[in-house]
Write a protein that binds this ligand. Structure first.
Ligand code: ZN
Length: 292
């Protein structure tokens, strides 16, 4: 009896060990396949913004200093789907010899290469874009939004209400730039969102710059994870110092969003790609080259 029990116990123990090993293996394998990557990402130069006073974005620092901001758009290929993240300054600015001056003379915007021409160079039509999202609805991010009426728009509900509501102009938006999207299929979001359901592209809610500002976590096969900031932060020094631009919609939310983004970077071992950081953008390959 004792021997039988001993024998049974040992067999049970061995079986438990084996089962444990199998479960561990399954979890590790499952984890790896659950979070997949996109195929590639194109980065377009979608204009340049110049200012004669950088301190608008960095209260207390760089008073009266001139600066230039890059302005990128990002096209992500995921299987048969194409997702555009931000659409830059309007292509029509390319025809203006002195660019477009706004914000009471504080910002001059120029476009040297239209987004339409960069799409054409790739042999991709704007109508092929299936998924569309903007970090936020300011004119240097939705300038060419009206090209992409075939795509589903992914937007935080507070941003939708602000941008498509009656107070859009008061909040600094220019609805003419994205008016054609009123008829588009829209997915209104209330926080973070896994766009393709496989962890490869996640919209990260980072409000503050505007009511429903968002950032984008993209997993690339070779580069790894990158967090596309939108205007959650404008340049690296502001990130390091956690500075909030004076004109942001909600300063408290802006600070919390930077804190949240730092957590996202750490949890995903992700790089921070700051859209408007001219120095960093210069080091990123532009279309027709692509990032894997
Ligand atoms: Zn911007």
């Amino acid at each position: 009896m004792h021997d039988t029990l001993h024998h049974f116990t040992r067999r049970a123990y061995t079986a438990t060990l084996l089962l444990g090993t199998l479960l561990l293996t399954a979890c590790a394998g499952g984890g790896a396949s659950r979070v997949s990557t996109v195929d590639r990402m194109y980065v377009f130069e979608c204009g340049v913004n110049r200012t004669n006073d950088l301190s608008r974005w960095s209260p207390g620092a760089h008073m009266g200093e001139a600066a230039a901001f890059s302005d990128n758009c990002y096209l992500i290929r995921h299987g048969n789907d194409l997702m555009l993240w931000d659409s830059g300054l309007a292509d029509s600015i390319a025809d203006m010899p002195n660019g477009l001056t706004g914000a009471g003379g504080a910002i001059n915007s120029r476009v040297s290469k239209t987004l339409a021409s960069q799409f054409a160079e790739l042999g991709i039509a704007p109508a092929q874009v299936t998924h569309l999202a903007f970090s936020h609805t300011h004119s240097d991010h939705v300038g060419n939004a009206n090209y992409f009426t075939h795509a589903t728009l992914y937007i935080q509900e507070p941003e939708y209400n602000a941008a498509f509501g009656p107070d859009a102009a008061k909040l600094g938006f220019n609805p003419a730039l994205y008016d054609k999207l009123r008829a588009s299929p829209v997915k209104k979001l209330g926080g973070d969102y896994d766009v393709f359901g496989d962890g490869s592209v996640t919209i990260i809610s980072t409000p503050g710059h505007t009511p429903g500002h968002q950032s984008l976590l993209v997993r690339l096969p070779k580069t790894g994870a990158v967090l596309l900031t939108g205007d959650m932060v404008h340049f690296k020094e502001n990130w390091d110092e956690r500075r909030v631009p004076a004109a942001n919609y909600d300063k408290e939310q802006s600070a919390q969003s930077m804190q949240k983004a730092a957590g996202v970077l750490a949890a995903n071992q992700a790089q921070l790609w700051i859209n408007h950081d001219m120095a960093q953008s210069a080091g990123i390959a532009k279309a027709p080259r692509y990032i894997e």
